[in-house]
Design a protein around this ligand. Structure first.
Ligand SMILES: Cc1cc2nc3c(=O)[nH]c(=O)nc-3n(C[C@H](O)[C@H](O)[C@H](O)COP(=O)(O)OP(=O)(O)OC[C@H]3O[C@@H](n4cnc5c(N)ncnc54)[C@H](O)[C@@H]3O)c2cc1C
Ligand code: FES
Ligand code: FES
Length: 483
């Protein structure tokens, strides 16, 4: 059984197709049609809903609810286990509009009927998070709401006004009882015949051995598209998101270990703490609602040539750890990929974690993501460069690339040729460009032509050389100014 609160009503699901999305459940089974379907691929935000769950910090008495916006069109029902699902219909307390709705009215901040509910829900999540909000954090919170047709500026003003004058609402008044109900649900053994929800490494191993026909699912931001875009059925799934071993984040022996089922939102603060240079690419990874669901493990296991984390992890000399319940094995991230969407994962194996060496003195990291839009867009090219200098002498250099080959790649020739050279010499610039010119032959696709990608490699290398030789050349973007 899958159990969750739909606003304050307990819902128990015993028999539902594994690939039923939250959006279809709401619209088709609950007649809650305020949540709209625009793109059905996580891009437009019309389907935005909010999920709340007890925060992992605080003892039982001081626990609070964490509110997150998600895209219901790319979320399967299994993700709701033990959570509260709030839709646009639940915001008004029947006597008056919720402050977030009222402020939209006051500012004439309307989009069309498809887009408005999604904007309202994104602002509602921001409102409930309780942090102080500035213009950039408001824009960030709206990163998953694509449309800029009509009321975008008033919407930002509305978000700023309401989030900086918060008052208690019916959700805060009911929070103690909501936390108690949700905590009780997490103690039950959840799952259905077709939606298996293991909680431990051993239970996951058993489930994989027993259900050969099941597909592993994490945040489903990638897998759901198989169903919603390619219209294929996914009959049975094993979710890894409840497996406690896959949700750990640990630091020991100069190594950061991140469990494969950690979401991009969940790992952001620790990653940025050690690698502040990742701020821009993390802010530009999809959108807030996608990052609230998407896991680092899913980003690697899907072996997309244009995933953003693999080039970064390759440049950082990270290792992936694979597991089958009996034995762990690890390898450099670059060696994990064997071809287009192919990896070294064997049957019965899963991605357990990623191990990232912590930065050393004089290590400089830069990541360049080039895409058509700033937010919510997949890279045409992603280039991550990690150089260690000693008095202008190149001690170490590692690099990761996305969008220029059938899978994420490293480029060992760069370190082979450049280690030992004077970094500020024009020779370093020219040699690096020549190596990259010879190394990759990217293809043409809808995102960019092969020739453009090849040129980008040259230009980004030039930019890296300029930026790391003279800080005046740092090229600021809106997102890096935010950092
Ligand atoms: C609108 C939109 C924007 C996006 N923007 C970006 C972007 O900017 N950058 C980017 O890199 N990606 C982007 N993506 C792609 C996607 O969000 C990421 O790749 C995400 O990290 C996938 O993680 P997930 O947890 O959702 O994976 P899922 O969809 O749950 O799974 C993806 C694949 O990985 C497998 N898998 C998951 N976890 C494990 C595990 N622990 N062990 C073994 N196999 C596993 C699944 O079986 C499946 O084959 C975007 C997607 C959407 C819909
Ligand atoms: S319908 Fe467009 S993001 Fe879900
Ligand atoms: S499509 Fe809805 S306002 Fe633009």
């Amino acid at each position: 059984m899958i159990q969750f609160l739909l606003n304050n009503k307990l819902v128990s699901i015993e028999n539902e197709r594994a690939d039923t999305t939250v959006l279809h459940f709401l619209r088709d089974k609950q007649a809650l049609t305020g949540t709209k379907e625009g793109c059905a691929s996580g891009d437009c935000g019309a389907c935005t809903v909010v999920v709340a769950e007890p925060s992992s910090c605080g003892d039982n008495e001081n626990q609070q609810l964490d509110y997150k916006a998600i895209n219901s069109c790319v979320t399967f029902l299994s993700a709701l286990q033990g959570k509260q699902l709030i839709t646009v219909e639940h915001l008004s307390n029947k006597q008056s509009l919720h402050p977030v709705q009222q402020v939209m009215v006051d500012h004439n901040a309307s989009q069309c009927g498809f887009c408005t509910p999604g904007f309202v829900m994104s602002i509602f999540a921001l409102y409930k998070q309780g942090d102080s909000v500035n213009r950039l954090s408001a824009i960030n919170a709206l990163s998953g709401n694509l449309c800029r047709c009509t009321g975008y500026k008033p919407i930002i003003e509305a978000a700023l006004d309401v989030c900086n004058a918060r008052v208690a609402d019916q959700f805060s008044e009911a929070s103690t009882s909501t936390i108690a109900q949700l905590s009780a649900l997490t103690k039950t053994n959840a799952g259905t015949e077709n939606l298996i929800l293991p909680k431990s490494r051993q239970a996951l191993a058993q489930a994989i051995r027993k259900h050969h026909d099941a597909v592993l699912v994490a945040g489903s931001t990638d897998l759901a598209l198989v169903h919603t875009q390619q219209l294929q059925a996914i009959n049975k799934m094993i979710s890894v998101t409840g497996v406690k071993e896959l949700k750990r984040i640990e630091e020991a022996d100069n190594m950061l270990t991140i469990g494969a089922a950690c979401t991009l939102s969940g790992l952001q603060s620790i990653l940025l703490n050690h690698f502040p240079a990742l701020q821009e690419v993390m802010d530009r990874f999809a959108s807030v609602p996608i990052r609230n669901q998407a896991t680092i493990g899913g980003n690697i296991a899907n072996a997309s040539p244009i995933g953003d984390m693999p080039p970064i992890l390759i440049a950082l000399n990270a290792q992936v750890v694979l597991d089958n319940g009996m034995r762990y094995r690890s390898m450099p991230v670059a060696d994990f990929f064997t071809g287009y969407k192919e990896t070294k994962l064997k049957n019965n194996e899963w991605l357990d974690s990623i191990k990232i060496p912590l930065p050393t003195a004089n290590q400089i990291l830069r990541v360049y993501k080039v895409s058509k839009r700033i937010e919510d867009d997949i890279s045409a090219v992603c280039m991550a460069l990690n150089i260690t200098l000693n008095n202008n002498n190149v001690l170490d250099l590692s690099a990761g690339f996305g969008g220029v080959a059938a899978s994420p790649k490293n480029c060992l020739n760069l370190s082979n040729k450049l280690v030992g050279m004077q970094w500020s010499s024009i020779e370093s610039l020219k040699q690096g460009q020549q190596i990259l010119l010879n190394e990759f032959n990217p293809i043409d696709d809808v995102r960019a032509s092969g020739a453009y990608r090849k040129q980008l490699l040259q230009n980004l290398w030039h930019r890296f050389w300029l930026e790391t030789n003279n800080h005046e050349h740092r090229i600021e973007t809106r997102v890096s100014q935010h950092a």
